[in-house]
Design a protein around this ligand. Structure first.
Ligand code: NAD
Length: 255
């Protein structure tokens, strides 16, 4: 279905990003990976479900490196037809003790990078007359939780930016939407479970408690399920889905 399309997925060496990249690759897209950690494992995984991927190591907290990554995508792949802004980090602390450098890093990676990749991808999408921008926001783009000031602020910002881009592209075949997952069991969430385990709670109980506080289904959302949603947003049927903040959250936002 996505044969001939290229898809840049930021933060795609692990978790949700790797899951979304796999779904796009399995549907025929030529995927470009980005992120840190076990890059070879991520590349091998994508090559096992689709075409061998590209990779760029840009640190998305740095606009200069984002520029280099977008140049690489234009030069080597003819530009990104599908841009998935997924990279994100978390820090949990009350506002009055929230480290300002963590605030800056979260705003840079979770919000400003979405502006930079989008502003650099849009001219090519307009030229080619087709594009999909999918921003991985969060339920925290629509509601808050305590101790996540920077993350909640950044994700609310991502949804605002999504709507603006959707309006600016409304008369084209380029769409821009946000997806808003609830809890997905990835390294980012495992860190938060580990904090509970460190406080003396049994590992299974720690997972159950985390879900029970927010996610009525009492089950994690999976990267594969989010991948199916991303594929729908890439389809022709979704061309009038514009500026949406689409939750997949086990009922989190229904409460
Ligand atoms: P993860 O920690 O498993 O993956 C994060 C990815 O981002 C990794 O590939 C990492 O290498 C990359 N990354 C981190 N900092 C980077 C930087 N400076 N430059 C480039 N890449 C960087 O996390 P995840 O849970 O898969 O999260 C992915 C996205 O989904 C994030 O935007 C997160 O906010 C969002 N999200 C996650 C959940 C959840 O429950 N896990 C829920 C809602 C939204």
């Amino acid at each position: 279905k996505l044969q001939g399309k290229t898809a840049l997925v930021t933060g795609s060496t692990s978790g949700i990003g790797l899951g979304l990249a796999s779904s796009l690759a399995a549907a025929g897209a030529h995927v470009i990976l980005n992120g840190f950690g076990d890059i070879e494992r991520a590349k091998d995984h994508i090559a096992s479900v689709g075409q061998a991927p590209g990779y760029h190591a840009a640190d998305l907290s740095d606009p200069q490196q984002i520029g280099d990554m977008m140049d690489y995508v234009n030069r080597e792949f003819g530009g990104a037809d599908i841009l998935v802004n997924n990279a994100g980090i978390q820090h949990v602390a009350k506002v009055e003790v929230f480290p300002p450098e963590q605030w800056d890093a979260i705003l840079a990676i979770n919000l400003s990078s979405v502006f930079h990749t989008s502003r650099l991808a849009l001219p090519g999408m307009r030229e080619r007359g087709w594009g999909r921008i999918i921003n991985v926001a969060s339920v925290h783009g629509l509601v808050a939780s305590k101790e996540k000031a920077a993350y909640v602020a950044a994700k609310h910002g991502v949804i605002g930016l999504t709507k603006t881009i959707a309006l600016e592209t409304a008369r084209t075949a380029i769409t821009c939407n946000a997806i808003c997952p609830g809890w997905v069991l990835t390294p980012l969430v495992q860190q938060q479970i580990d904090r509970r385990i460190a406080a003396g709670i049994d590992p299974q109980q720690a997972q159950d408690d985390l879900l029970a506080e927010k996610q009525p289904s009492q089950a994690f959302v999976t990267p594969e399920q989010l991948g199916e949603l991303a594929l729908f947003l890439c389809s022709d049927a979704a061309v009038q889905v514009r500026g949406a903040a689409w939750n997949m959250d086990g009922g989190w936002l229904a409460q």
